[in-house]
Design a protein around this ligand. Structure first.
Ligand SMILES: *Cc1c(COP(=O)(O)O)cnc(C)c1O
Length: 466
């Protein structure tokens, strides 16, 4: 055995403190040097992943050897989401409190399907969900589920909507399915996120069987273009467009929906957290009047991956859509997680969410939201000063930049991604090719922003000289 592989002293005994402490040391060392590494791994580091492939070895390996392999080969090929200079997609980092809690939660190894399986994990999950409802200013009585991400949050909210609207029409969709059911109408903005479209497909409402409403230059639904609503209509709106960060005019849409007895579902994957900031809360005006919400704590709150949230105004609708009954599946009067979400067995993600929120506190969450928004403003101002065009109104943490022609912008983004100082994505925004900058990490500092602006400018100049 290659000695370099055994970077952790090993024993296969469960809970061996030496092995676990060794793994924690490697993880801490990884995080300590993340700021000085390339944000995206080199081609060599990616190729080295082949060493982790091949056929499953016949012989077992000590856990420490396995962890050593992950550290030596895996770590080098990771993307630096945990550092301060990753601005791709809307990917948050992981707060230290969330990371440490994740380790504890993994040590606990709880299954959160039922309360009887884990009083600790379900109690923490209940509290975390209540805190989220409070932070977002949603109705106290909301039913909730912790899911993997906002895609599943959209799925869960739409399943509750489907239940409620069809029940009113005298149709039992959970038992009888959609075959022969009264048709439901679905309305989305033209800038609907693909995850809503996917979720509509998964709940049988159809990806394309939707009415798309035109949007303005920021991607917001034009209210005057809304078709008439009725009690068989689901309107999907968004808090935080994935490109511009813009918010649909929720107050007016929810008002119209309420009058027509229609259902409003909110995709608030990241943007809805603006409600935690007194200076950005105005953007979320009216969203609390919707019927269901999907969001992610792994994005703006930096609670670590696998932390989506579904909330439904009428908990009964959510429970009806998700309930399970079985002779061995006892249920209490309290909220049983498996009765409110798509999963049965799952990890104790509520423990991590609780810890992230508990460590931030209200003011810490506000500071995180405000700080990332200020960084986005700094990106926009800095790049505009260098002569580049900012394509969106920077209202939260999203910035769209054009460097000239589509070809030049594409070259700049490619160059930045190769360069390694920071990482930004590419997008098409209403006919323009743009670099997409999302400042979503707790770890990003003003210095990270300045370093990244300088790198982007250096690369853009090289591209324009060519
Ligand atoms: C990220 C995102 C989603 C999907 O969330 P996942 O956690 O990746 O499933 C949905 N809508 C918007 C606006 C998003 O930004």
């Amino acid at each position: 055995m290659n000695a370099a592989l055994s970077s952790v002293e090993v024993s296969s005994a469960a809970g061996d403190p030496g092995m676990l402490a060794g793994a924690a040391r490697l993880a801490a060392a990884y995080l300590q040097q993340i700021g000085s590494r390339r944000v995206f791994p080199s081609a060599d580091d990616i190729r080295a992943l082949d060493q982790l492939g091949g056929a499953l070895p016949e012989e077992p390996a000590p856990p420490g050897v396995v962890v050593g392999l992950l550290d030596r080969i895996g770590s080098a090929a990771t993307v630096g989401l945990g550092g301060g200079r990753y601005f791709g997609f809307v990917n948050g980092g992981v707060l230290p409190s969330a990371l440490a809690a994740d380790w504890i939660a993994s040590a606990w190894g709880q299954n959160v399907a039922l309360r009887v399986m884990s009083p600790a994990a379900t109690a923490l999950e209940d509290t975390a969900l209540r805190w989220v409802v409070e932070i977002l200013g949603l109705p106290e009585s909301c039913g909730g589920a912790l899911v993997t991400g906002a895609t599943m949050g959209n799925f869960t909210g739409l399943a509750a909507a489907r239940h409620a609207l069809l029940e009113r029409a005298g149709w039992d969709v959970e038992n009888d399915g959609l075959f022969g059911a009264p048709p439901l109408k679905v309305i989305v903005g033209d800038e609907v996120h693909v995850s809503v479209t996917k979720a509509l497909g998964m709940v049988g409402l159809g990806r394309q069987r939707v009415r798309r409403v035109p949007v303005d230059g920021q991607g917001r639904i034009l209210v005057d273009m809304l078709p008439p609503l009725d009690d068989r209509t689901i309107v999907c709106i968004q808090a935080g467009n994935v490109n511009t960060g813009a918010f649909d005019p929720a107050r007016e849409i929810c008002l119209r929906a309420r009058e027509a007895n229609a259902w409003v579902h909110v995709d608030g994957a990241f943007g809805i957290w603006a409600a935690a900031s007194p200076s950005h809360r105005y953007l979320t005006d009216g969203f609390a009047n919707a019927d269901s919400w999907s969001t992610d704590a792994h994005k703006w709150p930096n609670a670590g991956y696998d932390c989506g949230i579904a909330l439904v105004r009428d908990p009964r609708a959510l429970r009806s859509a998700m309930s399970v009954t079985s002779s061995y599946f006892n249920t209490s009067e309290s909220r049983e997680p498996a009765q409110y979400g798509p999963d049965m067995s799952r990890r104790a993600r509520g423990v991590v969410l609780w810890s992230a929120l508990r460590s931030l506190g209200r003011s810490g969450l506000t500071a995180l939201i405000d700080r990332t928004c200020r960084h986005a403003q700094a990106f926009a101002a800095g790049l505009r000063n260098h002569g580049y065009e900012i394509l969106n109104d920077v209202v939260i943490n999203q910035v769209l930049v054009s460097f000239g022609s589509p070809a030049v912008t594409r070259r700049v983004v490619d160059g930045v991604q190769q360069d390694g100082v920071c990482w930004c994505g590419i997008t098409e925004w209403q006919g323009h090719t743009a670099m997409r900058i999302s400042v979503s990490s707790w770890a990003t500092t003003r210095e990270d922003v300045e370093t990244s602006i300088a790198a982007i400018h250096r690369i853009a100049r090289e591209c324009q000289d060519r």
